[in-house]
Ligand binder design. Structure first.
Ligand SMILES: [Zn+2]
Length: 512
């Protein structure tokens, strides 16, 4: 059996509620997973939650519950929002899962046995909310360089991972595998960070108890980042089920936010090297979202819950907007006006109206029964060619996670369909009984284009793809059809009955 295509999101920290930033990564990973399934590939799509660490323990204490109870409560916010956004993850990992904890302990024991972990005294600056250690030189005006909050001086005996020993191998790997860290701007950042010299990494804490106890020293728990990174291998049974693990690992891509690049592009590969495991094929860091031009933050009160936008626009419009508007890998700005504009222009108009018009014409002129095609004319050839172009272009874009460009390619195709509908003017052909054959061909081609549209939008807007498929009268699920075979022209079975159905995207009032 072929190795599964393995895509991951970061596991989200249970102390924050999911917002449009976390949803962005997850929706992108979902579209990618669904695209590979559409191509008939076996896929393993993983997301989950990061539940250990001092920050969680403190929040639980403030709320008068145990850390596990706190985590259980917080996790439901994630599982609920992912269900609502139609996220098709194959598994949801929690770092408090006993299996995860067992794998994490096996992994760290292996590194300890190999001599890559040693005991030393740590003294330095620590940011509690970020669970990050910082060198004095890294502090910005004495505060955490990542979040700007106060840091604490900590001193204790900790176990250290010999990260420094892997610096040369890491540099070698990143240089010889330009695709390993992407986009290039992030890759360059990682290279220069390693060149400045890597310090060994403290990987345990003595003063806190909410974590995974070290198998070789139960008085200490695993540093939360070391624990969290291991979710990518614990979810697929590393050290528990070798055959299963080999059928999925290495990850094809880890999608992350750029703020956790260092852990994923330096610490994680070094941990894997130490365990003699293959490295993930790629770590891809996307940019940050601003809201109406401002950075999202609790203090500004501008953190947006995906639920609010789904209530307002619907799940597929939500998924479409974020994948279409932002260039994955770069920062982008969310604005309601912009989202409403895209909803009306791209979804209500170019897509929704087009599908309604085409199917309404089949109902009006052929009683809903799609006729067979006849002689192909130049305008028909052009439509077919634009379909082929879109299918090829989407594939190229998805290879490099250019979701916005893939959608642009699909919308170029939709523009061709709309042009075809206008130019062939079925309503004029319908007035002339001598042109009945030509009307059949035109109606057929329009429906065929709608069929391809359903397949192409499916990974991005699953409910829309399914909804169009249903209107096209198919009995078998759209998910049983795979690219590229299903993208061949003239696969629509003549005689099948279609129905216009309700509008896919009713127009929104811009004044809202
Ligand atoms: Zn911080």
């Amino acid at each position: 059996m072929d190795k599964l295509y393995y895509v991951t999101t970061p596991i989200y920290y249970v102390n924050d509620l999911p917002h449009i930033g976390t949803a962005y990564t997850t929706v992108a990973a979902d579209a990618l997973a669904r695209y590979h399934r559409l191509k008939g590939e076996g896929v393993y799509f993983l997301t989950g939650t990061d539940e250990h660490g001092q920050h969680v323990a403190r929040a639980a204490e403030r709320n008068g519950v145990s850390p596990k109870e706190w985590a259980d409560r917080m996790v439901t916010h994630f599982t609920e929002v992912w269900r609502r956004l139609n996220i098709s993850n194959d598994f949801f990992i929690r770092t408090t899962d006993p299996r995860h904890m067992e794998v994490a302990r096996n992994f760290i024991q292996l590194l300890y046995d190999k001599g890559d972990i040693y005991l030393d005294t740590y003294e330095g600056w620590y940011c509690v909310p970020d669970e990050s250690f910082w060198l004095p030189s890294q502090l910005v005006e004495g505060k955490c360089p990542q979040c700007g909050r106060e840091v604490e001086m900590v001193q204790e005996e900790n176990y250290f991972f010999r990260l420094s020993a892997y610096a040369d191998r890491l540099l070698e790997h990143i240089s010889s595998h330009p695709e390993f860290v992407q986009p290039d701007i992030r890759r360059n950042e990682v290279i220069s960070f390693i060149r400045q010299g890597l310090a060994d990494q403290s990987i345990s804490r003595k003063t806190i108890s909410w974590g995974i106890p070290l198998p070789f020293d139960e008085s200490q728990v695993m540093y939360v980042w070391f624990d969290a990174l291991l979710n990518y291998v614990s979810a697929i049974d590393y050290s528990l089920d070798e055959a299963r693990f080999r059928g999925i690992w290495p990850a094809d891509v880890h999608f992350i936010g750029k703020e956790i690049l260092r852990f994923h592009a330096i610490v994680w590969p070094a941990m894997l090297m130490a365990a003699d495991l293959p490295l993930p094929r790629q770590v891809f860091a996307h940019g940050w979202l601003t809201v109406e031009g401002e950075k999202m933050s609790k203090s500004k009160g501008n953190v947006i819950s995906p639920h609010d936008l789904v209530d307002e626009y619907g799940v597929d419009a939500y998924r479409y907007y974020f994948l279409r508007e932002f260039s994955f890998g770069y920062d982008g700005n969310f604005s309601r006006e912009n989202m409403t504009g895209r909803y009306n222009a791209d979804l209500a108009n170019s897509l929704g109206n087009m599908v309604s018009r085409v199917l309404a014409m089949v109902e009006r002129y052929r009683g809903g029964e799609v006729p067979g095609p006849g002689v192909e004319e130049a305008v028909d050839t052009a439509l077919r060619e634009s379909a082929d172009l879109a299918v090829a272009e989407v594939d190229r874009c998805m290879e490099r996670f250019a979701f916005n460009e893939a959608l642009q390619a699909i919308w170029n195709f939709l523009a061709s369909i709309n042009r075809y509908v206008d130019e062939t003017a079925a309503w004029d052909l319908a007035k002339d009984p001598d042109r009945s054959d030509r009307l059949d061909t035109v109606l057929y081609n329009q429906v065929e284009a709608v069929r391809l549209t359903a397949l192409l939008v499916l990974p991005f807007m699953p409910a829309t793809g399914e909804g169009i498929w249903e209107r096209l009268g198919y009995r078998r699920s759209i998910h049983e059809h795979h690219l590229p075979a299903a993208a061949a022209w003239e696969l629509f079975p003549p005689g099948q009955k279609v129905s216009k159905g309700a509008p896919l995207f009713p127009r929104k009032d811009a004044a809202r």
